[in-house]
Design a binder for this molecule. Structure first.
Ligand SMILES: Cc1cc2nc3c(=O)[nH]c(=O)nc-3n(C[C@H](O)[C@H](O)[C@H](O)COP(=O)(O)OP(=O)(O)OC[C@H]3O[C@@H](n4cnc5c(N)ncnc54)[C@H](O)[C@@H]3O)c2cc1C
Length: 456
């Protein structure tokens, strides 16, 4: 960094860097992987930029594998990769960027201990991803859960198992039905995969319960439009629906959730009587992180930052944006969808661009063309659309899994995933309910959660 710049930060910044990356997801991490690869190849005499990556977690979450973590076919730890073990020369700051002053090039960060620090930068890469879109629906915040993070997936698995345990010990059919009613709102990829995986798990689990059968469950999908899985071939969307209907899933299209106070689901479709659903999962869309908008970067009407084919933010020098928060021109026309496969390639293009800014690489435009989409619908069933061809059933399921395995960074992690899958094919699922994990009992409390519940 030029001396004059450093001096201008004196007294105002706790740390300074040449490149600040915000977000340790697909976009941010792959940007850094690319940048580091150019730094490694550069001659010894070349000046290497100091890079800081700020991320809320110290791991990269491989979200396409979340539904499998929720259904127990994959150990949750195996769908994340520790960022510190991917990056070599980059400094990782565990925390949240709360604001960016684009004029003075200062970012304010709240670290994991709640302390505030200010980081000065020369080049900025924005990759904070997206957050669930929520609407002012009565009861939504209090009673619905999202499906976006590892805790969400772990919670959902434990929730299903806890509901099964509770249902096993009741002989009241109404109470049992309520306990085993799962409603998913939003039939996109996350919603459909999570529902399908959980339903598949519940059917296997029932074999180990005496007082619960698959017909005791009620699985409901509420979707605001007339079809599922936006962007996928129509035939495949229909196939997914038919497969799930055969398994007993109810679909309500062109329907909106209007209230879920006390877990009573009310929709705008008068033909669906309000019903009690002990578990409500909200997967009705994502919106870009508000960080860019709040930091006065120009965004479109969806809140995404407009960038060019090199991932440079329009009209602001030295700022890049990638992934779900960015509006990236698609080489086939229009704008790229918010997917991991796009975010990681956009990250690489931004990383190369930043390397080019420091004379370490030649800039390249984004020219990735979507290769395909794959959806898992539970053990052994899926749909896939690859290079324009469509596949269904076991082949599609395996294709989707293989693609995710190849894209997962790190050989050790890939082997662990492969191991989980092989064990899952040969043996029954693990039905241990571990909802107490991360909530150790106080020394003076009984260890068992059941006793703690009885006391309440
Ligand atoms: C359940 C689920 C299944 C999915 N399945 C697929 C799939 O099969 N195929 C596919 O291609 N895509 C899939 N996606 C979409 C894909 O995960 C996203 O498109 C992708 O993660 C976007 O990458 P990103 O880097 O923009 O954001 P993310 O990967 O979400 O990363 C953003 C990171 O930034 C951090 N962050 C946010 N704000 C701040 C801040 N202010 N300061 C510091 N850090 C911050 C976040 O904690 C996060 O770690 C799925 C998504 C979900 C939720």
């Amino acid at each position: 960094m030029a001396n004059s710049k450093m001096e201008s930060y004196q007294g105002r910044a706790d740390d300074i860097c040449d490149v600040l990356i915000v977000g340790g997801g697909f976009g941010g991490v792959f940007c850094e992987i690319e940048l580091e690869s150019h730094m490694k190849r550069a001659p010894k005499s070349a000046r290497k930029p100091k890079v800081i990556l700020v991320s809320e977690q110290n791991f990269l979450l491989f979200s396409p594998l979340l539904p499998e973590a929720a259904s127990g076919t994959l150990e949750p730890r195996h769908c994340v990769t520790p960022i510190r073990q991917i990056l070599r020369s980059t400094q990782l700051v565990s925390g949240r960027v709360t604001s960016i002053n684009r004029d003075s090039k200062l970012a304010t960060v709240t670290d994991v201990k709640g302390r505030t620090l200010v980081i000065g930068y020369q080049t900025l890469v924005l990759a904070p991803g997206s957050v669930p879109s929520i609407f002012p629906i009565p009861g939504l915040i209090e009673h619905a859960h999202g499906f976006k993070s590892l805790p969400d997936a772990i919670w959902l698995r434990n929730r299903l198992l806890a509901q099964l345990e509770a249902a096993e010990s009741t002989h009241d059919p109404v109470q049992k039905r309520e306990l085993l009613t799962f409603t998913f709102v939003g039939g996109g990829y996350a919603g459909i995969e999570a529902l399908a995986e959980l339903d598949s798990m519940s059917k296997e689990a029932c074999a180990f319960y005496h007082n619960v059968s698959p017909s005791d469950f009620r699985w409901v999908m509420i979707e605001g439009t007339s079809s599922l899985l936006p962007g996928i071939n129509e035939k495949l969307a229909k196939y997914s629906e038919v497969q799930l209907r055969k398994r007993g899933v109810e679909f309500h299209f062109n329907t909106r959730l209007v209230s879920c106070i006390d877990n009573v689901v009310v929709t705008d479709d008068g033909s669906i009587s309000p019903y009690k659903s002990s578990t409500i999962i909200w997967t009705a869309g994502q919106r870009p992180s508000l960080l860019a908008k709040e930091s006065r970067f120009q965004v479109d009407d969806r809140g995404k930052i407009n960038v060019d084919e090199f991932m440079r933010v329009n009209g602001v020098e030295g700022v890049y944006a990638v992934g779900d928060c960015a509006n990236v021109p698609d080489p086939d026309g229009g704008y790229c969808p918010g997917t991991a496969q796009h975010a990681m390639r956009q990250g690489r293009i931004a990383g190369r661009g930043v390397a080019a800014d420091f004379g370490l690489a030649v800039r390249r435009p984004f020219n990735y063309r979507t290769r395909g989409l794959a959806v898992t619908l539970g053990k052994g069933v899926g749909t896939a659309q690859i290079f324009g061809k469509t596949y269904t059933g076991w082949v599609a399921w395996w294709m989707g899994r293989s693609y995710h395995l190849i894209m997962m960074p790190g050989i050790a992690r890939r082997l662990q995933i492969l191991g989980d899958w092989m064990v899952g094919m040969l043996f029954d699922r693990d039905l241990s309910e571990l909802g107490d994990l991360g909530h150790p009992a106080r020394l003076d409390e009984p260890v068992s959660k059941v006793f703690r519940m009885v006391r309440k």
